[in-house]
Every structure is written in C-alpha cells, then in structure tokens.
Design a protein around this ligand. Structure first.
Ligand code: ZN
Length: 300
C-alpha cells in the first residue's frame, strides 16, 4: 500500500516537472536555445528552416505590411533587445534600421545578403533589396545564416549544418522546378508587370523582362505619369496580363489594368509570405505560388 502511494506521488511529481519544462509559454523555458529576430517574415521563415527546433525565431514587419517604409512599434525594440542575433536583409531594405539599432543595445546585427551580387534600382544609384526573389540568392542567405549560427552556438553546429543541407536541397529542387515551369511561357510573353518593380533578380535568373509602375515602395508611388507609362508599355508590347502584390495598395494596378484593357491575372508575394491558409505561408510555397500565377497568366 505504502509503495503504491509513493509511486502515485512520484508519478504526480514527474508530471508536474514535465509540465513546468514543456509549456511553450512558460518563462522558465525562455533561456533555452537561441533567440533569433529577423526584420521581415520571409527572412523569418528562412532562418527558421536553418535553426529548426534549436532556436526561437520571430520577425518584426507583420505579414501584409511591406518592409520598406515600416514604422517600428515599441515591442520591436524589446524583441530585438532580447535577441541573441538580429538578421536583416540589407541592400537598403530596412531603411528604419538605424533608428531601431540606436535603441537596442549591442545585439549583433547580421546582414544575410553578404555574398550576393546586388542589382541596381533603375535610374538610381541604389541597390535593389529584393534579392530573395531569386532562389539561388536564398541559398547564399541560408549558407550565411548557417555559418553564423554554427559560430554563435557551436553545440548546435551539427543541427544547423544538417538543417541547412536539407533546406538547400529543397531550394535546389524549387530552382529546377521554376526553370522547367517557365518554359511553358512563350519567350515573347515573358514580361512581368507588377506595382513595385521587385522581380528584377527573379527576371535575371529565370529569363523575364520586368516592369513596375514604380521602382521601389519607398519611392514615389503611382503618379499619373508612372501609370501612363506602364499602360503604354503594356499596349506597345502586347503584354497579355498584369499582376498585383499582396503588400501594396491594389488601386494603382486596377487603374493600369483598366486603362490598358488587360486582366490582373493574380496576386503575388514579394515582400512578405502569406497568412495561414493562403497556401503561401513559407518562402518555398510563396515562390511556387508566384511562378504558377505568372505562368498561368502569361501563357494564354
Ligand atoms: Zn519591396
């Protein structure tokens, strides 16, 4: 009888200990593993793939908002202050970074696009930040994040290496799939028209000409002359369809489509992944979605 009573208590105690350690929102677990913060959701997904269960990953710019002109909120300062590392894209994407980092102490800030050759913004002496829309560049991002985490957390080195290796294999498959998929579009129709001319890296890699109403979201957006110029291009080149991004005001592209007499053939993801249930919740899924949308819209 007494033995059975002891067993009961031991079981109960272990259950309590397990509950205390296992709760995801229990502050006692907060010290376990690295805390990674990234500037925007696409980079959050990429970093999560490399970190796996070994780190908590958060991102600042909410899905649906664009990262160029983001206005930081007080909780962002807290998130970054508490982080072991803050991954940013660079190439001028995070124009709000300077103000943020002045107020977050000495958290290491790592620019993951080191090693990527930048493309310029048309007509400006600035780098185009949208390097992630070329899968080959994301493989470079992954290698950079992997090397950083291996150095920062040597005990997890093997995990980061394995995670990166399997993710890179998936990215290589994605790259090959895109190369094959775009072949369905006649070469004369390979022009992508979107609001922000964000697909230049994509276009360079996969053989598309790209046109935007404006060049970068933080620049002047949707003026009459910009809209007229895109409408002329669509008519002159016989471009069959246009596309609109999830993170911009759609009214400008609606005006372009109406004036040019073409359809908006779908929504694409450039500066954020999709919300839960969108089918574009990860970088890989958003790229699959984008490419399928382009191909269906342009091959008609
Ligand atoms: Zn953008």
């Amino acid at each position: 009888m007494r033995r059975r009573f002891m067993f009961f208590w031991m079981t109960l105690m272990s259950a309590l200990v397990l509950a205390a350690c296992g709760g995801t929102d229990d502050p006692s677990t907060a010290d376990e593993g690295l805390k990674i913060v990234t500037s925007f959701s696409i980079l959050g997904d990429i970093a999560q793939e490399v970190a796996g269960d070994r780190a908590q990953v958060e991102y600042l710019v909410p899905i649906g908002e664009e990262p160029h002109e983001y206005e930081t909120i007080p909780s962002d300062f807290q998130k970054v202050s508490d982080a072991d590392v803050f991954f940013v894209n660079g190439f001028g994407l995070e124009g709000w970074l300077e103000r943020l980092v002045q107020n977050v102490g000495d958290v290491p800030i790592v620019t993951v696009s080191e090693g990527v050759t930048p493309l310029p913004i048309s007509g400006k002496d600035e780098e185009d930040p949208h390097a992630w829309l070329d899968v080959v560049n994301v493989i470079t991002y992954v290698e950079y994040i992997r090397d950083d985490l291996m150095e920062r957390d040597p005990e997890g080195a093997q995990i980061y290496e394995e995670n990166a290796q399997s993710y890179i294999a998936e990215l290589e498959n994605l790259h090959a799939w895109i190369q094959a998929k775009v072949d369905e579009v006649d070469e004369s129709k390979r022009t992508i028209v979107v609001s922000e001319n964000a697909f230049k890296y994509f276009g360079e890699q996969y053989g598309f000409h790209t046109v935007g109403i404006w060049e970068l979201n933080s620049h002047e957006e949707g003026t009459h002359s910009q809209i007229a110029s895109v409408v002329d291009t669509i008519k002159d080149e016989g471009i069959p369809a246009v596309f609109v991004e999830t993170t911009v005001d759609k009214r400008y592209m609606e005006t372009v489509a109406r004036d040019a007499g073409v359809d908006i053939a779908g929504e694409v993801y450039t500066d954020a992944v999709g919300l839960d249930g969108s089918g574009a919740e990860t970088y890989i899924k958003m790229m699959e979605h984008n490419v399928s949308t382009f191909v269906e819209g342009l091959k008609q």
